[in-house]
Ligand binder design. Structure first.
Ligand code: SAH
Ligand code: SF4
Ligand code: F3S
Length: 480
């Protein structure tokens, strides 16, 4: 392949550096092994992840490195030797949860001085957060950021040996680290990062400040990873990035997301392809055609519109109008008629009037999304919107939020009702948490379906006739 290759050397962590990290992995493995022989117990880690799929996937990398170091996972903090919080700062409540957890760990650390407490992820990319943790939660042993995740083995090694908090957070954009071990939780569906960072600077959003500028992985590396997943028996992959539609722009040789999708579509074993997130301003005709043409690409698109009012969209720096969005969806539906659409919406952006909000409700009614993730605007220090006047009072935000939820729930249920009696293709993902006879999977349109089955069907595509409809899920029975 001549395009999208890995010739941008300085964008990658060097093989020598990766080999150095491997030596720390081996050192810790040796220490853990010796401890295990002495105590008869494997060392345990408890990993808590907040935030989006990007963070969930980073946690799969931490889990991969930890498995190589000889740790086993537990969800019981009290019995663990290492506790990690992989944090999110997109909204204030995500941060407050982390502080709550850290506070609660203090007595445990007093009881078990050898316990290592680590915090990482997006929140740590903010210097004031690091200062606050150092001051208020001095029982934390290790703080690191998003850009140096690959350096976790070295940092953990130092933290195990240090009396003070080890802090390593980089404010420059991280390099891409290939070949980090990944332990995927699921055996059917896998996330694959295609790009890191974001260049969009939506005025409410902290992500570009904590994840840095856009950096695309080489197409060769991505395709190689997907081929391996296909060989390992994974059936569905989700290509990940903050703004996947701008994949390849930084490579500068014409590599595009549409082209990547077409290549991924050829890979044996993989039955379904999804991707997230798409920014409406970057969703090209070429990508719509690729979605239409590639049989493995699911008829589902997550396309956040954030706000209905063109005035608010401008203040948000989203670079499209209400009409642009509606026209874009019309074009998508023309090419992929049975597409399921989901979206993200923010309520109560500074200056949002009742009239602006009615544009948001209007988009919901016009487009009729299958599902919407709705958020109360949360002020993020350092973003332009935090300094805007006319912050909307909490009670106004909450009242609008309630109306938004009611509208969307009604629409979701109405759309789900149209599935009654229909037969849908479902990829069987696993057993339900509450009943071992009930299995769960998703349609190509990403709807959750519950049905009776047995474990031999996990990872298989089955046809299910829908006989019960709920707001968030469908129920049915397998048609043989
Ligand atoms: N890159 C993705 C997702 C980013 S974060 C995208 O652009 O769609 C996920 C969602 O969180 C965003 O889509 C937005 O709806 C919401 N969000 C981001 N910043 C927020 C803030 N300050 N307050 C409330 N919601 C926010
Ligand atoms: Fe945040 Fe906007 Fe980037 Fe999404 S596109 S991560 S909302 S700045
Ligand atoms: Fe949160 Fe970071 Fe994702 S701020 S939403 S975990 S990129």
């Amino acid at each position: 392949m001549s395009k999208g290759t890995r010739d941008r050397k300085n964008i990658y962590v060097s093989p020598e550096e990766m080999a150095r990290q491997q030596r720390f992995i081996d050192e810790i493995k040796e220490l853990n092994y010796r401890k295990e022989v002495k105590t008869g117990k494997k060392k345990l880690y408890c990993l808590n992840t907040f935030g989006c799929q990007m963070n969930e996937h980073d946690s799969e990398k931490l889990a991969g490195m930890l498995a190589e170091m000889g740790y086993a996972e537990t969800d019981n903090v009290n019995e663990s030797d290492l506790v990690i919080y992989n944090t999110c700062c997109v909204r204030e409540n995500a941060e407050l949860k982390v502080y709550g957890h850290l506070g609660m760990l203090k007595p445990l650390k007093n009881q078990k001085p050898d316990l290592v407490i680590a915090v990482c992820g997006c929140m740590m990319q903010q210097p004031e957060v690091v200062e606050h943790i150092k001051k208020t939660y001095s029982h934390v042993d290790l703080i690191f950021g998003t850009h140096n995740l690959y350096k976790f083995p070295e940092l953990l090694y130092s933290a195990m040996d240090s009396q003070t908090t080890v802090v390593d957070v980089w404010d420059c954009d991280g390099q891409i680290a290939e070949n980090v071990a990944i332990e995927r939780k699921d055996g059917v569906k896998a996330w694959v990062t295609v790009m890191y960072g974001c260049n969009n600077f939506c005025t409410y959003c902290i992500v570009p400040y904590v994840r840095g500028r856009e950096r695309s992985r080489s197409m060769d590396d991505i395709l190689e990873e997907v081929r391996m997943l296909g060989r390992q028996g994974f059936k569905e992959i989700t290509l990940l990035g903050q703004n996947v539609n701008s994949y390849g722009k930084d490579i500068g040789d014409g590599t595009s997301f549409a082209e990547l999708i077409r290549e991924v579509n050829k890979i044996p074993g993989i039955e379904r392809i999804r991707f997230t997130t798409s920014h409406p301003k970057d969703l090209s005709d070429d990508l719509i055609y690729a979605m239409r043409d590639c049989e493995k690409v699911c008829e589902h698109l997550h396309l956040p519109f954030q706000a209905g009012s063109t005035r608010i969209l401008k203040l948000m720096n989203r670079k499209y109008t209400k009409e642009d969005y509606i026209n874009l969806v019309a074009k998508i539906k023309e090419n992929i008629p049975d597409i399921a659409l989901t979206t993200d919406i923010i309520v109560g952006f500074p200056g949002e009037t009742e009239e602006d909000f009615s544009d948001t409700l209007d988009i919901l009614e016009k487009i009729r999304f299958d599902n919407a993730y709705t958020f109360l605007y949360s002020k993020r220090t350092g973003t332009p919107a935090a300094k805007m006047e006319d912050q909307v009072p909490e009670e106004v935000k909450k009242e609008r939020f309630q109306r938004l939820l009611e509208t969307q729930n009604r629409i979701s249920k109405e759309i789900n009702d149209t599935f009654l009696g229909k037969v849908v293709e479902v990829l069987v993902e696993g057993v339900s948490k509450t009943n071992d006879k009930i299995f769960t999977g998703r349609t190509r349109g990403n709807k959750v379906v519950n049905f009776e089955a047995d474990a031999s069907l996990i990872g298989k595509l089955v046809n299910v006739r829908i006989n019960t409809v709920k707001t968030w899920s469908l129920e049915g029975s397998i048609v043989r």
